[in-house]
Design a protein around this ligand. Structure first.
Ligand SMILES: NC(=O)C1=CN([C@@H]2O[C@H](COP(=O)(O)OP(=O)(O)OC[C@H]3O[C@@H](n4cnc5c(N)ncnc54)[C@H](O)[C@@H]3O)[C@@H](O)[C@H]2O)C=CC1
Ligand SMILES: O=C(O)C(=O)COP(=O)(O)O
Length: 524
């Protein structure tokens, strides 16, 4: 039974596919209420409230995936998740419209002082002259961060007759032109805007982006809005610029610490606030919960997810094309790791023929995961394989060649160890399967599956018989056997596929046969 912990409030309608699945148990409780069972969950679903820290990940020993029912993953230690091989996914566009609408509601409320007027009337006052606002029409709106939400805010601003200026260092000219916005530098935006709204993620670069230096570059009387993440506008700087009257008003949906407690910003009459409500609509919550529920189901079925933060994302179409090579590469990694039972410095992979045209990042990660699995104690999979390889000083590279070298497709693997170099070539043949066609310098043809026995010997009459007799005497059945040699009378190999694994004594017995140089058990 798969167990999923839903640690923050989520739409039941969105979670329906998980709740309806009889093979899944969904537990809707806070992390603190299931401390004793944390190691039993396969998946964890959160919004922004639950902090997915390294300590929590350590406790959740069986965790395979974290689903963020929303956009921002700044409450998740993605690096730690990656190290532990835990996939992190989010729901990137389910709450875009709601957050853009909330931003707009905040903007209108801010310049017309609606929350203040509301409180006044509710206090039985009727003070119309105290609440004279300004129009949005004709004003210059500066949007910092022009992604999904920023661009939806821009559309609404244009409909209100505003001039829109955008700063986003990652925005392509073509996209900006298509949407028809004025793309400018941060300094230009700060100098021109009557109202500034931020829509970036919280990163090292965006933390304190609107701090003392940049706030000083804004127009006197500027309005500021943050419906993205607390900290993008530096709260201490904001206090100073409100106190000196430079900033006319601020709308905040988010805070550096949530809840903000008795924060000094809350004392300003011209600061309006909501408790992180950008995504809090029925529609957005159904959307994001549906998206993560669907993605988690897909993941649990062993299929690729499309909105992963720490894995290359794959469409179903691309996944179907790479799936066979993904499996072949995994087996090649497992075989190479067992053959090269020594420290290795480099793994070089060459993709040839049709596979060279595919998205190989995933295939490479699969190969690395196969290679590293027998060498590391912790979970290793396509999420953390590249990171673990780097941590262990194993360099890896990919090369591509249009020429399949006699095969429609092939993957060639070269492993550089401290004392020796090992090469292997594999191919996938449709309706037939995976074949290893080159192993350790020998042309051969075997299926990388099951209990394999590799024997390197001198090419002499009777060698196969000697091996066969010993195995037969010990009731070990040989399922298949392939041979290869470099030249008649030279070095040769046998690759046997056995019905059961060999024990150590039998390996030693085979090693004692004269003219046998190497005996290796390989398990795939
Ligand atoms: N208040 C709420 O409830 C919600 C808040 N959010 C927050 O809104 C923010 C934006 O979300 P989306 O638009 O969906 O994300 P997005 O990823 O579509 O857009 C972010 C944009 O910021 C830009 N950016 C990154 N670094 C930048 C920098 N240093 N300077 C300027 N621009 C930069 C990126 O190029 C990108 O275009 C996120 O922080 C997200 O967590 C999202 C949903 C709800
Ligand atoms: O999606 C986001 O980034 C949000 O900030 C929404 O947060 P929430 O899911 O409402 O806690």
């Amino acid at each position: 039974m798969v167990r999923i912990l839903v640690a923050d409030a989520m739409s039941e309608e969105g979670l329906a596919p998980l709740l309806a699945d009889p093979t899944i148990e969904v537990v809707q409780k806070k992390v603190g209420d299931v401390e004793d069972e944390l190691d039993q969950f396969d998946a964890l679903l959160v919004r922004s409230a639950t902090k997915v820290t390294e300590q929590l990940l350590q406790k959740m020993k069986n965790l395979k995936i974290v689903g963020r029912a929303g956009v921002g993953v700044d409450n998740i230690d993605v690096d730690a998740a990656t190290r532990y091989g835990v996939v992190v996914i989010n729901a990137p566009n389910g709450n875009t419209i709601s957050t853009a609408e909330h931003t707009f509601a905040m903007m209108a409320s801010l310049v017309r002082r609606i929350p203040q007027a509301h409180i006044s009337v509710k206090s039985r006052e009727w003070n119309r002259s105290a609440f004279v606002g300004v129009e949005l029409f004709g004003k210059h709106l500066g949007i910092i961060g022009f992604g999904r939400i920023g661009s939806e805010v821009a559309k609404r601003a244009r409909a209100f007759g505003m001039h829109v200026h955008v700063y986003d260092p990652f925005l392509t000219k073509a996209r900006a032109e298509k949407i028809g916005v004025d793309v400018c530098t941060l300094d230009e935006l700060l100098a021109q805007a009557d109202i500034i709204t931020v829509h970036t993620p919280l990163t090292k670069e965006t933390k304190g982006l609107l701090g003392p230096k940049n706030l000083a570059k804004t127009k006197k009387g500027v309005y500021l809005i943050n419906c993205a993440r607390g900290g993008i506008i530096d709260e201490q700087a904001l206090i100073s610029f409100l106190e000196n009257g430079h900033v006319a008003g601020v709308a905040l949906d988010v805070f550096e610490q949530e809840p903000p407690g008795d924060h000094p910003l809350l004392s300003f009459d011209n600061v309006i606030v909501t408790p992180h409500l950008g995504a809090s609509t029925v529609e957005a919550q159904v959307n994001v919960a549906t998206q993560v529920a669907q993605e988690v189901l897909t993941f649990l079925q062993g299929k690729p997810v499309t909105s992963s933060i720490n894995l290359p994302t794959l469409s179903k179409d691309v996944y179907e094309k790479i799936q066979a090579f993904y499996t072949l590469a995994r087996k090649m990694g497992i075989l190479a790791s067992q053959y090269m039972s020594e420290p290795v410095q480099e793994i070089a992979i060459t993709y040839s023929g049709s596979v060279a045209d595919l998205e190989t990042t995933f295939i490479t990660r699969s190969l690395l995961a196969g290679f590293l699995k027998p060498r590391v104690a912790s979970t290793v999979n396509e999420v953390n394989a590249a990171m673990i390889a780097k941590e262990r000083g194993i360099a890896f590279s990919e090369k591509f060649s249009a020429n399949g070298n006699d095969y429609n497709n092939s993957i060639t693997l070269t492993v550089y160890g401290e004392n020796k170099t090992f090469t292997m070539k594999g191919t996938h043949i449709a309706h037939y399967g995976d074949r290893i066609v080159h192993f350790n310098g020998f042309a051969i043809d075997f299926a990388p599956e099951g209990h394999l026995l590799y024997i390197q010997h001198h090419d002499k009459p009777g060698m196969i018989g000697k091996v066969g007799n010993i195995l037969g005497d010990h009731q070990v059945n040989i399922a298949t056997m392939q041979v290869g040699r470099q030249e008649a009378g030279g070095k040769a190999i046998m690759m046997l596929s056995l019905d059961k694994p060999l024990d150590d004594t039998l390996v030693e017995t085979l090693e004692q046969i004269s003219d046998i140089d190497v005996v290796k058990r390989l398990e795939v």
